[in-house]
Design a protein around this ligand. Structure first.
Ligand SMILES: Nc1ncnc2c1ncn2[C@@H]1O[C@H](COP(=O)(O)OP(=O)(O)OP(=O)(O)O)[C@@H](O)[C@H]1O
Length: 260
């Protein structure tokens, strides 16, 4: 059953059509990779889905509801979380605080409660702290213990990427969108992430769509691969099917040839 479906999605930037009459779906519990050459429209697609930009045309249906026109915070509340190609954390806040902030969409505490700190606020804060620590513990020993209290800016690049994923998980998404999660990671870290992405789906039950250029990860995690080029869907299927698809090979080679 489709958890998420887009129909006829179109987005222009001036004279550039970044997403072009795109139909796409992600089934409940699936891990889908979105691939395509540079400029194919992958990040624009994620920006449209998360309400960061508005489409010119088309529908984005999540869990039976059209989410076009909703603000990013409303999209998160509905259950879509994302990470970014360029990691976006609060560098001066601690690792734990970065994750606690993401729980805000699931808690009822406003400004007044935060200032007055009634018992209900303190209870909720303790629970938020525990849930943040649990989300961080998903990454084994890498982000726990003394690291809970270190500022995000002091983390290695790979740990910042992990922290961003933990933060997205803490908002309890039904659909998690990961934009190039292995960028800047070495082969060992990428291998580890392959296992973690599978565990997120299997143990937490989150549906996952990810943009990725590293074909090792695409091959390792995807149950279905969708390929974009110039905002169009040009192929979809299992990794080995799309990897041997003539249109896909042509799209990648064509972009490489025009870049030289
Ligand atoms: N804010 C914007 N203003 C103008 N053009 C944009 C904007 N965002 C994206 N584009 C253009 O839309 C097209 C699709 O870009 P997008 O970043 O979605 O591609 P991508 O597949 O994510 O590429 P990459 O793999 O390089 O990240 C490109 O031609 C890009 O230059």
């Amino acid at each position: 059953m489709a958890l998420f479906e887009i129909r006829g999605l179109t987005k222009d930037f001036g004279g550039v059509r970044a997403v072009d009459d795109l139909d796409l779906h992600v089934d409940q519990g699936e891990i889908v990779c979105v691939i395509g050459p540079n400029g194919a429209g992958k990040t624009t697609l994620f920006n449209l889905v998360t309400g960061m930009i508005r489409p010119d045309r088309g529908e984005i249906v999540f869990d039976g509801r059209n989410v076009v026109g909703l603000r990013p915070s409303q999209v998160i509340e509905l259950g879509i979380a994302r990470t970014f190609q360029n990691v976006r954390l609060f560098p001066e806040m601690s690792v734990r605080e970065n994750v606690m902030v993401a729980r805000h969409c699931r808690t009822g505490s406003g400004m007044l409660k935060a200032v007055l700190r009634p018992p209900s606020f303190r209870r909720e804060e303790a629970e938020t702290r525990l849930l943040a620590e649990q989300a961080l513990a998903f990454f084994g020993s890498r982000l726990v213990g003394w690291r809970f209290d270190t500022p995000a800016r002091s983390l290695s690049y790979a740990n910042r990427r992990r922290l961003e994923i933990a933060r997205a998980l803490a908002s309890e998404p039904k659909l998690l969108l990961l934009d190039e999660p292995t960028a800047g990671m070495n082969p060992q870290e990428t291998g580890e992430l392959i296992g973690l992405i599978r565990r997120m789906r299997d143990e937490i039950g989150v549906t996952i769509a990810l943009i990725e250029h590293d074909m090792r990860l695409v091959k390792g995690v995807s149950e279905r691969v969708v390929v974009l080029d110039y905002g169009h869907l040009i192929a979809e299927g299992r990794y080995d099917e799309v990897a041997s698809n003539d249109r896909v090979i042509e799209a990648y080679l064509g972009r490489k040839a025009s870049a030289t």
